[in-house]
Design a protein around this ligand. Structure first.
Ligand code: ZN
Ligand code: ZN
Length: 337
């Protein structure tokens, strides 16, 4: 019998408790990965508190895993024992549906989230389908790479999906866990970057991440002053905003793309879309190939999430730090500590 020991959520809102689970034999297409680092994402908190209504307890949170392959199922392909890999939001997809065969495995209707009916990375080990254990580039910084696996691919995916050009003007709404990575990726991509933040104290930091301009996101006059200028507006916040004003920052054919889990519906006036042929869209993470490309790009441009380190044993303190809005800007747990 094979076991996984990790920090488990047993019911909504309870502190995580160190628990050992019997996970049975490794599946033929699975790999087992020893966890070295695991980032904490806001989605871990949302699942621990069952904010989306789909948590299945008990489960071990954590879906930004950096680790080493320690066991390979009989049918696992392309990986070797000891290889450094990353595992993000998705642990499995069916690999035979239209989406999977088209290379959009992240859109597979029967995919399994790493923390949805599956044990995640706040643990000694984690399992995934071989395709979702993505090899890491040699020169990537292992301590800070975890948050790239979920947050990083989430903010880079629209650049890949919509073929955003380096000549584009890109706005990023919210300079937090997702947004600070979005600014770094957009700047690395070559774009002119405008950061929108409600926290004046983050303006200099946003510039240090690569933003060319900073706009106060609650300052209607400042937002109006850049009306019609942005080709892509990436929304990373999870709170309501002045959506009409933000839509009006878009240039003709501009796109507002939502990756923050705003629970309240976003009103979209038809005329703000029609007159200038604007679009509104959203997307979840990316395929294994997208993730591999993102990791290569991050390594080449030395794009590192700004992280605070906590020992894995202090996971509850780390979650409280995130919940209090104090994380600057992502938290990474170090295993074996
Ligand atoms: Zn996440
Ligand atoms: Zn599928």
């Amino acid at each position: 019998m094979s076991t996984i020991k990790g920090w488990a959520a047993n019911a909504a809102g309870q502190p995580l408790a160190l628990t050992t689970f019997d996970v049975g034999a490794l599946g033929a297409e699975e790999v087992e990965v020893a966890v070295d680092y695991c980032g904490i994402c806001h989605s871990d908190l949302s699942m621990i508190h069952n904010e989306w209504g789909n948590a299945r307890y008990p489960f071990i949170p954590g879906h930004e895993v950096i680790g080493r392959v320690t066991a390979l199922g009989a049918q696992a392909k392309g990986l070797s024992i000891g290889q450094r890999v990353g595992i993000g939001w998705t642990a499995e997809s069916c690999m035979h549906c239209c989406q999977c065969l088209s290379g959009d495995q992240n859109l597979c209707a029967s995919s399994v989230a790493t923390i949805g009916g599956h044990h995640g990375g706040f643990a000694d080990k984690v399992r995934a389908h071989w395709a979702w254990a993505v090899p890491l580039p040699e020169d990537i910084d292992l301590t800070s790479a975890g948050p790239l696996l979920c947050g990083g691919i989430t903010v880079l995916k629209p650049f890949l999906a919509y073929d955003i050009k380096p000549t584009a003007r890109v706005g990023v709404v919210g300079i937090g866990g997702l947004g600070h990575m979005a600014v770094k990726f957009a700047a690395g991509w070559g774009c002119e970057v405008t950061a929108f933040t409600s926290t004046a104290a983050k303006a200099d930091e946003a510039r240090s991440f690569g933003a060319h301009h900073v706009v106060a996101s609650r300052d209607a006059a400042a937002i109006k002053a850049i009306a019609g200028s942005l080709d892509l507006l990436l929304v990373t916040v999870n709170v309501p905003m002045d959506w009409s004003a933000l839509l009006n920052t878009l240039a003709p054919k501009g796109r507002m793309h939502v990756v923050g889990a705003v629970l309240e519906p976003i009103p979209v006036p038809a005329f703000s879309l029609i007159g200038r042929q604007r679009e509104v869209s959203g997307s979840p993470t990316g395929s294994p190939v997208d993730i591999a490309r993102m990791l290569d790009f991050a390594a080449r441009h030395d794009i590192r999430p700004q992280v605070e380190m906590f020992p894995m044993s202090k996971v509850n303190e780390a979650l409280a730090h995130l919940e209090a809005g104090k994380a600057r800007y992502r938290i990474v747990l170090e295993a074996g500590s």
